[in-house]
Design a binder for this molecule. Sequence first.
Ligand SMILES: O=C[C@H](O)COP(=O)(O)O
Length: 229
Amino acid sequence: MIFAANFKTNHTRSSTKLYLDALSQKIAAKKSEDQVYIFPPATALDHYKGDFTLGAQNAYPTQNGAFTGEIGLDQLEEFDIKTILIGHSERRELMGESQEKVAEKFDFFKAQGFEIIYCIGEPLEVREQGDESVNIYLLEQFEGIDTAYEKLIIAYEPIWAIGTGRSATMEEIVSTHKALRKAVACPLLYGGSANPDNIKEIAAIENVDGVLVGSASLDAEKFASMILS
Ligand SMILES: O=C[C@H](O)COP(=O)(O)O
């Protein structure tokens, strides 16, 4: 299983260090095949030691340059970051990232050999139209994306389940991941209110290869309990 923690705009450099020290101790007993990814805010990227991969939540598709407020490859290479989240719904919805921009980022970081966790997900009004509409909507988010890229992981995150405490039902996850599996061969993560109470059930679903966790990942003990569950 893959356990990925997306801190979003939470934690500082100093609290991230404390978190990773605590997490490392706790997950020393994890199964060796389980993989842990941590996506702290850009200001907390650093060289950390431990049995996890550090990634960037976002970056601009450039080596460097005049892109106020953004970070590029120079800033990631300083800390040997080779993993990135692309297409998170908060970037699409709140920051107005178009599919075209998302695909441009994907191409850029693919060309740099990055491991990419590519996020897709539907809004509530689409989910309410049923499985077929959801599947059509999700496949549209593959426009311009090389889904055969060997370092690709896809995270399915229904937007209405993110940070709401309302996870998708097991049936919804089963049917969506089944449909995605028909379209792509890469690992598939589920994200959206995954937490210590529902992780066992989610992890047991066929075609779920891991989870992308927001809120429940912010506390090292809580996240560790999901990894060890
Ligand atoms: O990237 C993580 C997801 O947006 C899930 O967030 P959440 O676990 O707070 O619902």
